[in-house]
Design a protein around this ligand. Structure first.
Ligand SMILES: NC(=O)c1ccc[n+]([C@@H]2O[C@H](COP(=O)([O-])OP(=O)(O)OC[C@H]3O[C@@H](n4cnc5c(N)ncnc54)[C@H](O)[C@@H]3O)[C@@H](O)[C@H]2O)c1
Length: 344
């Protein structure tokens, strides 16, 4: 599944480092674990499995062997955090409840995990003398001011409880880096996609949803046809995290965009996916925009270039092809299971 050789890209600078990944069994967290074990790190993965799956960690377990330890538990549990943080130099705080529509329905549960949980992770990290914390932030913090591209110096205007939570997380990260002996950075991801992104939940990312609909031979519904997004393959987010772990200069809690710096409309995405899956006869259905969703979101990535030395390593087309192939093979595997069950 991997299209990047992390050792070729990052060498052995991180090997033997002990790190914690929260949200390890989720989509982005599991890819990060794969790369970290490949680079020779001792990795502790923490996840309460509310959305993550143990299956996502098969590769990390296989490559990492006894260098990979998985803990089932919540970031809201202080003693679990203390146990997981012990001896760690770097913490990748990836865990969150990540859905805009669900946060509108259930804002207090989102606040608890995304804001209180983030502060508990920061608190445990400073108590454990962790050197650096890398926070998975979100481009949703920008809101939908018409100014494009989105630059880190713009005033954030979150439009949903989820976006406000992630912005609060950034502020906590900065405050801890200012107030205590822990360095930190917030990586504002723009529409990350790739293998393992959950396709079965109604709150999944748009690429996962489209893949599911097309593979079931249904036309996709495009909510907000002219909406555009900076779709970013997951390996780019992993790459930014690894660069952040390797950088020696302190970040002081700053916020940095992680994206490709290129906008693609949701309609063009739907057409490209239909073509890759040989379902071009299924014409997309036009639907209204969803509450809380922003119209356009494209990043400027100059700051990431400057402070992290980041440039995207996988472009949109290559990432989309790899992702679609993964959904296709996962779909075939699930059909095989269904057929086997039918014959039992
Ligand atoms: N996917 C994107 O496009 C995107 C964009 C911007 C930001 N982000 C951020 O990236 C991070 C990862 O997102 P993802 O897409 O991989 O989502 P995901 O749902 O696949 O992963 C999140 C993981 O966190 C775990 N989790 C939730 N609550 C927890 C708790 N209390 N304790 C321990 N684990 C808990 C879940 O079980 C899940 O495995 C999140 O912080 C999200 O806000 C994602």
């Amino acid at each position: 599944m991997a299209i990047v050789n992390w050792v070729d890209l990052h060498g052995d600078e991180l090997s033997r480092m002990r790190v914690l990944v929260t949200g390890a069994a989720g989509f982005i967290g599991s890819h990060l674990c794969d790369a970290l074990v490949e680079l020779g790190c001792q990795v502790i993965g923490l996840d309460d499995l509310t959305a993550g799956h143990q299956d996502n960690l098969l590769l990390a377990r296989r490559i990492g062997g006894d260098r990979f330890r998985f803990v089932t538990g919540s970031i809201l549990d202080r003693s679990t955090l203390t146990d997981c943080m012990s001896g760690c130099q770097v913490v990748f705080h990836v865990a969150a409840l990540p859905s805009v529509p669900r946060s509108i329905k259930n804002p207090m549960a989102f606040h608890e995990v995304n804001v209180v949980g983030t502060q508990l992770v920061l608190e445990a990290a400073r108590e454990a003398h962790v050197h650096r914390l890398i926070f998975s932030a979100s481009s949703s913090s920008y809101g939908d001011s018409p100014t494009l591209p989105k630059v880190e110096s713009m005033q954030p205007l979150p439009k949903s409880p989820y976006a406000a939570n992630k912005l609060a997380g950034e502020h906590l990260v900065r405050a801890y880096a200012d107030s205590y002996d822990i360095d930190a950075i917030a990586l504002r991801y723009f529409n990350i996609f790739g293998p393992r992104q959950n396709a079965s939940s109604p709150y999944s990312g748009v690429i996962a949803v489209f893949a599911n609909q097309l593979l079931s031979n249904h036309s996709v519904t495009v909510n907000g046809v002219a909406y555009s997004r900076d779709f970013t393959f997951v390996d780019n987010a992993v790459h930014a995290n690894l660069l952040a772990a390797k950088t020696t200069k302190p970040f002081g809690g700053q916020v940095v965009n992680v994206a490709c710096g290129q906008g693609v409309t949701v309609m063009d995405l739907a057409l490209a996916m239909a073509e890759l899956l040989e379902r071009s006869h299924l014409k997309p259905i036009q639907g209204p925009g969803r509450a809380g969703d922003v119209m356009h979101s494209v990043a400027q990535i100059d700051l990431a270039r400057k402070v992290l030395g980041y440039t995207p390593i996988i472009d949109f087309q290559e990432g989309l092809k790899a992702t679609v192939e993964w959904y296709q093979s996962a779909w075939r595997a699930s059909e095989r299971v269904a057929v086997t069950q039918l014959h039992q």
